[in-house]
Write a protein that binds this ligand. Structure first.
Ligand code: C2E
Ligand code: CA
Ligand code: CA
Length: 480
């Protein structure tokens, strides 16, 4: 009896040990599964990550490159602003939703690489990290399909999302590279798609497909921007100045400073050669700081010579996103003992609408400081009357393109007349820019515009010659 009981106990212990071993084995097997999931998926969106992309593509890339594929890269633009507005956890939710939306749009595209299925839904988008997504498309013999699909996604994915009552708007940028045409290695394909995307961002409307000349072009641009940063510190920038007149009395009302770059190899560069790029690559703010300091210093030095002229500085709408601008201006006014009323800031209408709310806030603060604000290139943007009414501006500057040919066509005349009337109705002063002759001046005066700037009075010239020019001008055109 005892023997039977012992045997039974032994048997039970054996069964228990076998079961324990099996459970451990199962648990061990389960844990790597979980680890595996996390190592292959993005922890914000839950979509396959770059590593999963690599793993899935390895066998395809090793295939003899007879088939054509496209790597389509998608980047969410302005996401840092969404981040600032909503905070990290909310913006992570938005990012996950964007990923889901892209994937939903791909449900019917059977030519796209499928990573896995979730509840019978194919997962076809890879979250490369940050705000970047990738898709791998079998284009067959029709490479144009890649751009077509990318455009479709750009149009259909970004619909505003409602978060805490705010409608969140975003756009998608695209870059495309082709296998095997642009490379047979994933890293290189990705690099090239990123390059194409950067170009697409620089030149809106340009193709989003990689091309070989982008490599040189980009290196050149990057080098130019690195040089520009140095140029600011080493005083290679120079300021020109162009006076602004009261047409009838020929009194100088203000003077606009215009930046140039005395490049050691390339010579004197016009603003068009570097400003747009400086804006895109975040070099504009240090440039503006440099210009502002020199402008305020000029106001002080003019008054030390018993000369007065307001100085107008062009600022980029990107500068208006820098909150520190106000403090820095206050420091400069204090340092040079200059009144803010002596400074004018010109902001181009063309760029103002990119960030209407934030720029408006900053313009209000500049206005409260006492600085006069000018809406530059007026007539070329698309500001609504309602928006214009809210802007704390004192002047609009009618763009050269309307003024220089004013006397040649009735259409230009009518448009300029309408712009002047509109500005007057809003209670704003009008400055005509690009006056090149007496006939235009005469027409403007008859239309009720009294302030002008242009070659007719003076071409822009080196700022260092401004006090002498001003003295001579005042001598030739005495008051009264
Ligand atoms: P803008 O502010 O509209 O400046 C007027 C431009 O028209 C200047 O070109 C000036 O030389 C030119 N101009 C003046 N009078 C006449 C005229 O009678 N006829 C014609 N055809 N043109 C005339 P510039 O100096 O090449 O500047 C081009 C643009 O570069 C400026 O346009 C402004 O948007 C930008 N810019 C210049 N300096 C700065 C700066 O310091 N900061 C920023 N953010 N932008 C600047
Ligand atoms: Ca201007
Ligand atoms: Ca202008």
């Amino acid at each position: 009896m005892l023997q039977i009981a012992l045997l039974l106990l032994l048997l039970l212990t054996l069964i228990y040990i076998i079961k324990l071993k099996r459970d451990l084995r199962l648990a061990r097997r389960k844990q790597p599964d979980l680890q595996n999931f996390y190592s292959l998926h993005d922890d914000i969106s839950g979509f396959p990550n770059k590593y999963a992309f690599q793993r899935q593509l390895e066998p395809i890339l090793k295939m003899a490159p007879e088939q054509q594929f496209a790597l389509i890269l998608l980047k969410v633009e302005n996401f840092d602003q969404i981040n600032q507005l909503l905070g990290h956890s909310n913006s992570n939710l938005i990012l996950a939703q964007i990923a889901q939306r892209i994937n939903d749009r791909l449900a019917a595209e059977s030519k796209i690489l499928t990573f896995e299925y979730r509840q019978l839904q194919p997962v076809r988008v890879c979250h490369l990290g940050s705000v970047d997504f990738a898709i791998w498309l079998d284009v067959g013999s029709q490479p144009a399909r890649a751009e077509f699909l990318a455009k479709q996604l750009q149009q259909t994915v970004p619909q505003p999302m409602l978060v805490h009552g705010c409608a969140i708007d975003y756009r998608l940028s695209v870059g495309i590279s082709f296998y095997p045409e642009h490379s047979i290695q994933l890293n290189e394909l990705l690099e090239r798609a990123y390059l194409a995307l950067q170009h697409y961002q620089w030149q809106r409307g340009a193709s989003s497909v990689f091309s070989a000349e982008m490599i040189n072009y980009t290196t050149e641009k990057l080098a130019l921007m690195a040089e520009l940063r140095q140029a600011i510190d080493t005083d290679q920038l120079v300021l020109f100045v162009q006076p602004q007149m009261h047409m009838q009395s020929r009194q100088v009302l203000a003077a606009e400073v215009l930046v140039r770059w005395r490049h050691p190899q390339k010579g004197l560069l016009a603003p068009e050669a570097f400003l747009a790029l400086a804006e895109e690559m975040g070099v504009i703010y240090p440039l503006t700081q440099w210009v502002l300091e020199h402008a305020i210093q000029t106001i002080a030095s003019l008054s030390a010579q018993q000369l007065t002229s307001r100085i107008a500085v062009n600022i980029s709408s990107k500068d208006l996103l820098h909150d520190e601008l106000i403090d820095e201006l206050e420091l400069l006014f204090a340092k040079y003992q200059v009144k803010p009323q002596q400074l004018m800031l010109e902001v181009s209408e063309k760029t103002l609408l990119a960030e209407p709310v934030r720029t408006m806030g900053m313009m209000q603060r500049l206005h409260q400081l006492g600085i006069e604000l000018v809406l530059d290139d007026f007539g070329t943007g698309f500001s609504s009357l309602a928006y214009l009414r809210q802007l704390p501006i004192q002047y609009v500057k009618v763009d050269c393109s309307f003024i220089s040919d004013l006397h040649k066509t009735e259409a230009h005349l009518a448009i300029t007349g309408a712009i002047i009337d509109m500005a007057r109705n809003l209670g704003l002063g009008v400055i005509a820019e690009g006056v090149e002759g007496a006939e235009v001046e005469d027409r403007l005066l008859r239309m009720g515009c009294h302030r002008a700037q242009g070659y007719w009075y003076s071409q822009p010239f080196d700022l260092s010659g401004f006090p002498a020019w001003l003295r001579q001008w005042q001598h030739r055109h005495p008051l009264g």
